[in-house]
Write a protein that binds this ligand. Structure first.
Ligand code: HEM
Length: 518
């Protein structure tokens, strides 16, 4: 009896499976076959063997490579060794692609923007501590945020370099100080008030607590925890520390908490808006994002979320760029000397010669140094998008990768800037060398370098970094002010190694000796 019912159940399940498969083949399958035929799609290569293993071996390898600080280089090697620019994989039933092909990246970010999402994973993970804002939303909500922020980044606002001068200080232990400096500048620019993290004389416990909590939440790859051997298991366990930190960031939004760091800023600004004078009254000649937000809504959740979203986007990114740049610069005395000459010629060597926005923009060689630093060490070295419906990548299929590829609805495409920025067929045989002169038309060996979509440190298309100009001005300003005052020397013989969180920075920090210029 038991045997019969077991056989009946097995047959029924098999029949159900076959019926389901037939249904799928005649609907979704047929639609995809037609789409493939219409566009001449061919499959992309796969570097990975057995789909029945659900991509788990690859995932474990990635985690190991991440722990050993070689994930980016491993991927680049993998693509180069196999002579491919787009590969296909299958992780836990989700179709995934990795690409370093500029045409594919352009399609995802610009020409076919509407077919792609930033992904549920990013939205859920980041909304949990940032709330809804420009970085975590899509569609109408994102458009609204972006429109609200745009005036904040117009040239006249960014050109106000005086706020940067206020936060310019002597540095010795560079990497952490750069992170504090950019936090101070970002908060002054966006909120009208600085965290003053760099100023040791003004210890603010709430501020320190807030920064610590913010840093904890924004690092999804917390070392020794998520990346341990048990990483896959810990993903399913509640992270109680994370919840505690979110409460610190979200402050009074969670009841019974005293006003926290961000709340205080919002409250003070509301009070200042009501008065016409006093140190916190809205500046008549400078745009402060918080003032703009307050003029549009009194909803503190909205205000707080938008502020946190931008703080995330604008803070560590610039510090990481500066840190990577100052890692390379002292290792290339000829490049450093040329940069000093340019600064002396256009601005002056005296510390009293504070550069203006226009002067900064005239420093062509400094711009080339920054470009080169971002080429070799993109701050966001890989990124991804999710297909909202069945859609097409223009390249990557077939033996020579020239055929289009079908990406099914829900499929993920990772675009690997680290690999793309180092492609010898785009940047030349010396692609691995730090050489800013490749960006100078009259000095470039062959034709002028015009990488287009093959160079993407700030992303591209409608979601291009809104703070790009601000970040570049800030970077130029800090480099000029530092070199005007100090001789710099590398104090680190180790090669650059990746330290990946949301941004990418050197594992060994940026150890340099600073001597005041005689
Ligand atoms: C070197 C410094 C910076 C780099 C390399 C950088 C890079 C990027 C990248 C790659 C994105 C796209 C992320 C994505 O959509 O997946 C982005 C978006 C964004 N960035 Fe930056 N960024 C920098 C500095 C800044 C600064 C200083 C601010 C503001 C103060 C800022 C504000 C934003 C915002 C608001 C977005 C979201 C734009 C949107 O989704 O519409 N960034 N940035």
């Amino acid at each position: 009896m038991a045997l019969i019912s077991f056989a009946t159940i097995t047959i029924s399940l098999a029949a159900l499976f076959v019926a389901g498969r037939i249904y799928w083949e005649t609907t979704t399958g047929a639609r995809r076959r037609a789409l493939r035929k219409q566009h001449g799609c061919l499959p992309a290569k796969s570097l990975f063997s057995n789909p029945l293993l659900l991509g788990i071996p690859r995932l474990m390898n990635n985690l190991k490579a991440f722990r050993e600080h070689r994930l980016l280089a491993d991927w680049a090697d993998s693509l180069t060794t196999n002579n491919v620019t787009t590969v296909h994989d299958w992780v836990f039933g989700t179709t995934c692609f990795i690409t370093s092909d500029p045409e594919n990246v352009k399609t995802i970010l610009a020409t076919n923007f509407a077919s792609w999402s930033i992904g549920k994973g990013r939205i859920d993970a980041m909304t949990s501590y940032l709330g809804s804002g420009v970085f975590t939303t899509e569609g109408a909500a994102w458009k609204h945020s972006r429109a609200m922020l745009r005036p904040c980044f117009e040239r006249s606002q960014v050109a106000d370099v005086s706020l940067m001068e206020k936060h310019d200080g002597t540095t010795v232990d560079l990497q952490p100080l750069l992170h504090q400096l950019t936090l101070d500048i970002a908060t002054e620019f966006l909120f009208g008030r600085s965290t003053n993290a760099l100023d040791r004389s003004t210890e603010d416990k709430k501020c320190a607590e807030f920064i610590e909590a913010f840093e904890y939440c924004q690092n999804p790859f917390r070392e020794n925890e998520n990346t341990s051997r048990w990483a896959l298991l810990t993903q399913f366990l509640p992270d109680l520390t994370f919840k505690k930190k979110v409460k610190i960031i979200q402050g009074t939004l969670h009841t019974y908490q005293p006003p926290d760091f961000v709340d205080n800023i919002i409250q003070d600004q509301i009070a200042a808006s009501a008065s016409t004078s006093g140190p916190l009254s809205p500046s008549p000649d400078r745009y402060v994002l918080l003032d703009e937000l307050l003029s549009q809504t009194q909803d503190r959740t909205v205000i707080r979320s938008e502020l946190l979203n931008i703080l995330l986007a604008g803070r560590d990114t610039t510090a990481s760029l500066l840190s990577n740049l100052f890692f390379e610069l002292p290792r290339h005395p000829a490049i450093l000397a040329r940069l000093r000459d340019e600064i002396a010629e256009h601005i002056g060597t005296d510390a009293a010669a504070v550069p203006s926005y226009e002067q900064l923009k005239s420093l062509k060689f400094l711009r080339a140094v920054i470009n080169e630093s971002q080429r070799l060490y993109p701050i966001v070295p890989s990124n991804s998008r999710m297909a909202l419906h069945d859609t097409i990548l223009p390249r990557g299929g077939g033996p020579d990768e020239s055929a289009p590829v079908l990406v099914p609805k829900g499929g993920l495409v990772g675009y690997h800037l680290w690999s793309m920025h180092r492609r010898p067929d785009i940047y030349g045989a010396d692609a691995a060398v730090f050489d800013p002169s490749r960006w100078l038309d009259d000095e470039h060996a062959a034709a002028p370098l015009r990488p287009g979509w093959a160079y993407l440190p700030f992303n591209g298309g409608p979601r291009v970094c809104i703070g790009q100009n601000f970040a570049l001005t800030e970077t130029m300003f800090v480099v000029v002010r530092l070199l005007q005052r100090f001789e710099i020397e590398s104090r680190d013989d180790e090669p650059w190694r990746e330290k990946l969180s949301l941004t990418c920075v050197g594992l060994g920090g940026c150890k340099i000796a600073l001597r005041p210029v005689a």
